[in-house]
Design a protein around this ligand. Structure first.
Ligand SMILES: Nc1ncnc2c1ncn2[C@@H]1O[C@H](COP(=O)(O)OP(=O)(O)OP(=O)(O)O)[C@@H](O)[C@H]1O
Length: 362
């Protein structure tokens, strides 16, 4: 999978901008606040119709304008496609090969990307919801049926919580209607659990190897799925919902379910959340992202694009070299950095260097 070029109109600090990319490594070099991350953001936006920085369209539209356009020529599935997104303050309109795309699900998949941004360190240090969001987003990209199950579960969960409110005003007993919702919730959860389990197990296998090669030591990283139920069985789950009914009714919300799960990240069999240093956290997250590349390739048959925002400055020289050793021309990669001075690595030497500075913005 490749993005051949990118055209921006009134996107962030870009008025009109056109850029062509190399199919290997592209390094975006420039001082602070010049617009390097904005380019990474635009590529990401073109991929999943949303930004990794904001959900407010207006923030991405150039100051004093009322629309922004992001366009790119993509090579995927052995074909070239023109992807286009127009952002207004209220909505986003997508086109593929000049035709309007009405459903996001029909758009996502043309351009698959894996992104690493400094904020991703929250994958280790943040709350369970950060890790759940990561799993849900990545799994939805490679498995549309997972996205379907998840959306169904969220609808049922909302319905259940609303019904609990209604019940609390009435007789407050577990009734047939709630049982019907619970049965549907249990069925869909078992499917989500199976997918999450498989995803985390496969990712964990890849992460171990990637971490070892970047850190170049014997530290051992693995991932564990913290499922909310031990015995993944329909009857057990239904029993749990009945048992916890009074508590759910008291708090007017559903205590147990896949909306409360987590993924535990371990380093040398200790919780990375509690013990990992900044450098270890960064290496763990990077390893997870790089491990994802192989997993996506196995699923969709093509490598996604890799976007690395400001990754070089925070790694020590040894980890920097090891990371660059791993990157290669099989995967189109974008790296933003303020400087490449002093990095003597063939990957840097051979990469396409793109200077991003105020003079080149327009
Ligand atoms: N909606 C907008 N309209 C115009 N300019 C914007 C908009 N949003 C952000 N900017 C400008 O974009 C610039 C920041 O760009 P970006 O985040 O890509 O920087 P960067 O080159 O990655 O910098 P750093 O190295 O500091 O991370 C800032 O000058 C900011 O004012």
């Amino acid at each position: 999978m490749l993005i051949n070029n990118l055209e921006l109109s009134h996107f962030r600090n870009y008025d009109h901008f056109f850029i062509e990319f190399d199919k290997g490594i592209n390094i975006l070099i420039g001082g602070n606040a010049q617009g390097k991350t904005n380019i990474i953001e635009a590529i990401y936006l073109l991929s999943v119709c949303r930004s990794f920085r904001t959900h407010i369209n207006d923030q991405m539209i150039q100051f004093d304008y009322n629309f922004a356009k992001v366009k790119g020529n993509i090579y995927s599935n052995q074909r070239n496609h023109q992807a286009e997104l127009v952002l207004s303050k209220e909505n986003k309109k997508a086109k593929i090969d000049g035709k309007d795309v009405l459903k996001i699900s029909e758009y996502v998949g043309y351009l698959n990307v894996v992104v690493f941004v400094p904020d991703d360190l929250s994958l280790v240090k943040g709350s369970p919801s950060t890790r759940r969001k990561f799993i849900d987003l990545e799994l939805s990209k490679i498995s549309p049926i997972y996205a379907f199950y998840l959306a169904k579960y969220n609808r049922l969960l909302k319905e259940r919580n609303q019904y609990l409110k209604l019940l609390s005003k009435k007789n407050g007993k577990y009734d047939d209607y709630l049982e019907t919702i619970d049965e549907q919730m249990v069925d869909v959860q078992l499917k989500v659990i199976e997918k999450r389990e498989n995803f985390i197990e496969r990712l964990s296998k890849n992460v171990k190897d990637v971490y070892k090669s970047i850190a170049d030591n014997e530290e051992y990283v693995d991932l564990h799925y913290l499922c909310f139920i031990k015995k993944k069985d329909k009857e057990e789950l239904l029993k749990l919902y009945k048992k916890e009914f009074s508590r759910d009714l008291k708090y007017l919300s559903t205590t147990h379910g896949i909306h409360k799960e987590d993924m535990k990240i371990m380093i040398d069999r200790k919780s990375a959340h509690q013990y990992a240093s900044q450098g270890q956290q960064r290496t763990i997250v990077l390893s997870i992202k790089i491990a994802l590349l192989e997993l996506i390739k196995e699923e969709i048959g093509e490598y996604p694009i890799l976007l690395l925002d400001d990754v070089l400055s925070e790694l020590d020289d040894q980890r920097k070299t090891k990371l660059l050793d791993i990157l290669n021309n099989r995967i189109q990669t974008f790296i933003t950095t303020t400087s490449i001075d002093g990095i003597e690595h063939h990957v840097i030497k051979e990469a396409k260097k793109i200077n991003i500075n105020r003079k080149e913005k327009q």
